[in-house]
Design a protein. Structure first.
Ligand SMILES: C[S@@+](CC[C@H](N)C(=O)[O-])C[C@H]1O[C@@H](n2cnc3c(N)ncnc32)[C@H](O)[C@@H]1O
Length: 243
């Protein structure tokens, strides 16, 4: 599999926090992350893709949501470089299958830096809370965006759900307080890894606004089709088409 190029020990972080990741997410978003992934899956499936890639799948929640909404005729691949996160995803998959559901998701381990898929293989790509990892203070940012574009077919849609820097000054102030004073400490306490949550809080705080993210995607060869600010602008949902 490809060279792992992140500048930060991101992989170690996710490997450390894998068992508490879902729980901490629910706490920090007041449970809204579940609803946002549902929305992202609806956007992702709107052009009726047959092959969907859930990039930076983590514990697989977005892939499972796509599977739930799409039924079994869609081929879904969950891709991530952390064995531990993927292990959680596979445990969830077995659990869902024991509940009598066929879950057409294949999980593959690897780095976005170099993906083992043919050019234009996927009709749609979704990435939920993962793009920040690929582009924030990451010297391989350009390469990651190029790889995403390469494996998505022309006209295929990239759906991005991600933290965002709110445009309202007041809300930005409260968002910054939350990310500075609450998330790193509470996340650290709940997961046992303060360093990981310090990184996650800092990268969220310094991350793009919806407008900046749109510009970044346009520059990387996508056309923004639709976008929405969620949670008073601290989360964004974007649908961008590969040019
Ligand atoms: C914040 S989690 C998001 C997980 C999931 N998509 C969600 O909605 O909760 C980010 C994931 O990206 C993965 N990741 C970060 N950089 C990566 C890279 N270069 N290649 C593959 N996976 C990566 C991490 O292992 C982690 O599981």
């Amino acid at each position: 599999m490809g060279k792992e190029a992140s500048d930060f020990p991101l992989k170690d972080f996710y490997s450390d926090i894998h068992s508490t990741y879902d729980r901490v997410n629910r706490v920090f978003t007041f449970g809204r992350d579940v609803h946002w992934r549902k929305m992202a899956a609806q956007w992702c499936l709107q052009p009726a893709p047959r092959k969907v890639l859930d990039l930076c799948t983590g514990t697989g929640d977005f892939a499972f949501e796509v599977a739930e909404q799409a039924g079994e005729h869609v081929e879904i691949t969950g891709y991530d470089f952390s064995d531990e996160m993927l292990k959680e995803a596979r445990i969830k998959q077995q659990h869902l299958e024991r509940g009598g559901k066929g879950i057409p998701v294949t999980f593959i381990r690897g780095d976005v830096h170099q993906m083992p898929f043919d050019d234009e293989y996927f009709d749609a790509i979704g990435i939920t809370f993962g793009l920040r990892n690929l582009v924030y203070e990451n010297s391989a940012a350009g390469r990651h965006l190029e790889e995403i574009r390469r494996v998505l077919r022309r006209g295929g849609q990239l759906t991005v759900l991600e933290s965002s820097n709110p445009s309202s000054r007041i809300w930005r102030f409260f968002n910054t307080l939350y990310l500075r004073l609450i998330l790193p400490y509470l996340g650290g306490a709940l997961s046992g890894n303060f360093k990981a949550y310090r990184y996650l809080a800092t990268s969220s705080r310094n991350y793009y606004s919806l407008k900046e993210m749109g510009a970044l995607l346009e520059e990387a060869g996508f056309r923004v089709n639709d976008s929405r600010a969620l949670f008073l602008g601290s989360v964004m949902l974007i649908a961008a088409v590969r040019k």
